[in-house]
Design a protein around this ligand. Sequence first.
Ligand SMILES: Nc1nc2c(c(=O)[nH]1)N[C@H]1C(S)=C(S)[C@@H](COP(=O)(O)O)O[C@H]1N2
Ligand SMILES: [Mo]
Length: 201
Amino acid sequence: MTIINPGFKPKNEETHLPPGQSEVKDWPVLTYGATPHLDTAGWTLTIDGEVNKPITLSWEQFNALPKTKMVTDIHCVTHWSRLGMPWEGVSLDDLLAAAGGVTAKARFVLPSCEGGYTTNVPLADVTGGQAMVATMADGAPLADEHGGPARMFVPHLYFWKSAKWVRRLTLSEKDVPGFWEVNGYNNVGDPWKEQRYDSDK
Ligand SMILES: Nc1nc2c(c(=O)[nH]1)N[C@H]1C(S)=C(S)[C@@H](COP(=O)(O)O)O[C@H]1N2
Ligand SMILES: [Mo]
């Protein structure tokens, strides 16, 4: 197990809180639409688009990849933050390596999910130990409502970028705004710049 953010320091070391956020001790569920239940038997994760070797991983193949752990804070655009949560999964670095690495054209990762939810994240925001496909949080497998068996985890951006029930990561040359990005949320979503809505620069 590699810990990929051993030196995690929030940008506000005193409160850990970005502007406009408050700490919660519970873990709210925010889902648009129905909550699917996905069995790990038959579950797959596909990595395609601008990668050298598109790949579809079974649950067993996914779990055979090196695991990483992050202890970090999460920030939801609806103003709640949870602080110091342990998360485990497979880093985007290791997943992209399993797909033969990205091509010279790759600039964005476009996660798509069971149920149709999509989002978009610059490649530069998911490499270098910044993101994972997570299977565990708070020491337990992710519950259905939190995106189990596996979800994206990009904690330095607002939590809508952390797509639950992720089934495909498409590497793309072009940016393709996802579900919330076409419905008024900011395309970038940096909580420290308070980029909540489309109109926030
Ligand atoms: N597939 C999917 N992923 C999703 C969502 C969703 O509705 N569907 N909601 C997003 C939003 S807006 C947030 S704030 C977080 C909430 O994650 P949680 O319910 O585990 O707290 O998931 C994000 N990922
Ligand atoms: Mo959200």
